[in-house]
Design a protein around this ligand. Structure first.
Ligand code: COA
Length: 147
């Protein structure tokens, strides 16, 4: 078993998380300024996974009153299919519940089957399809979960 640890994202993680995001999302990736902002955002919760002091995954959400919104989830390619996203999503769902959220939502590219499978495993349902949601014209599914 790999010794992977999970903790809150801090300002010292910003460069590593930005690099991971670029590798995972390409042109859709966030700038380091967005991650820097998110480390100060009191309506957000971000967690990272570490292996041998290297950031290998990141996931986060925003929460507003009774709703939580997953903003990102990414696992470094060489660490996928080991349950890391499952652990982080379970942690975010538990945090959202503890903040009082009763509903969680997210959007995902319609051809992103690994992610859609992951979300469906947790009971997320496809609520609607947003046409031309992404800059390259791909549609998004809006998915939701009653907590
Ligand atoms: N093909 C099909 N289903 C997949 C999959 C793949 N390549 N990878 C994950 N899944 C689904 C499966 O249902 C899996 O459960 P199983 O292993 O029991 O079959 C479930 O997700 C959980 O897998 P897990 O190992 O926890 O996921 P992961 O740590 O590999 O991370 C992603 C999954 C989607 C976060 C990862 O592939 C990733 O970082 N992708 C690029 C970034 C991205 O698209 N993020 C989501 C944006 S909405």
């Amino acid at each position: 078993m790999l010794e992977i640890t999970f903790r809150q994202m801090t300002p010292s993680d910003i460069d590593a998380v930005t690099e991971l995001d670029k590798k995972s999302f390409g042109d859709d990736a966030w700038s380091r300024y967005i991650f820097a902002y998110e480390t100060r955002n009191v309506e957000a919760d971000y967690i990272v996974a570490e292996f041998e002091e290297k950031i290998i995954a990141c996931a986060g959400m925003h929460f507003y009153d009774e709703e939580a919104y997953i903003t990102t989830i990414a696992v470094a390619a060489e660490f996928r299919r080991r349950g890391i996203a499952t652990k982080m999503l379970a942690d975010l769902i538990n945090s959202a519940k503890s903040y009082g959220a009763i509903f969680m939502s997210l959007e995902v590219r319609v051809n992103n089957f690994p992610s859609i499978n992951l979300y469906e495993k947790f009971g997320f349902k496809i609520l609607e399809r947003e046409k031309n949601y992404y800059a390259d014209g791909e549609d998004a599914f809006i998915m939701g979960l009653k907590l």
